[in-house]
Design a protein around this ligand. Sequence first.
Ligand code: SF4
Length: 341
Amino acid sequence: MENVSFKPAKWWEESDNGKLLCTLCPRYCTIGDGQAGFCYIRQNIGGKLYSIGYGKPTGFAIDPVEKKPLNHFLPGSKILSFGTAGCNLGCKFCQNWSISKARLDDINSLSVSPEDVVMLAKKYNLPSIAYTYNDPVIFGEYVIDISKIAYEEGINSVMVTAGYIDKNARKEVFQYIDAANVDLKAFTETFYHKLSFAHLEYVLDTLIWLKKETSVWFEITNLMIPDENDSIDETKKMCQWIVENLGDEVPVHFTAFHPDFKMINKTNTPASTLNNARQIAVAAGIKYCYVGNVHDSIGQNTYCPECKKLIIQRDWHSIIENKLSNSHCPYCNTLIAGIFS
Ligand code: SF4
């Protein structure tokens, strides 16, 4: 395959003392010659910034789209999934840290051109490609090049992201994106600051921008960590904010944490916490609320928000039955929000 290393980066400017300021994400790293930014895969080489993760996936998988998780985007379809090394957040609870915390030279990356990624999706007859596993924001140039070709070939692109991206860069990175799952990790600045080395306000701003200024279909995931972001009060505030700012049709997934990375002393999230969160979201008016990473015979299904009947029955990431009729409830004809064909 073509060697696509050392792609000149977008979104940077010269800073003091020969350093470069990366303006891709709100971390705004100042990077000296020979150094890389916080995410490891954007490097100053001789006074120019390069996207050294460009064309370097850590591997590919074919996943159910429900695993992203997306429950209202082509349910039951499969999606070509990949990520690279590195990440622009520093989550102590990272559930995927062997990839996100790896530097490029720690990991056996492939060398794959954007055309080859799209060809792979076509070869396996997959309707969508997911930029996932680590945060695709940091390989935004690669996302743009792949998603543009995918768009021309009629293949969808899905971002699985924490939404931690600069206002200007996001317009370009999301230009050809059809759907996203945005991780809303918590609803307090304390959590973001202490456990993710990031700031909540930028994530909320991205969510509002997605809703008001794009046609990207998106769903929200909230990974619930015992005693860190699972209080009733915090969940209530988050759900109220979602309804007020994003409306009541954005699906919300409350998912279970398992002890990992630097938080191995925590316990798994009890199923009751997820169920309670789902009830809080329903009471706040959110129409489509789910639980994830646990078996739950109710919280994984889609119910009509009007007549309350079961429309899509799931078991973990599998569809047991999909009764949707041309995006409508088959019982009362209510239009169900999402992209279903
Ligand atoms: S994308 Fe990477 S290098 Fe750029 S500001 Fe964010 S963490 Fe730093």
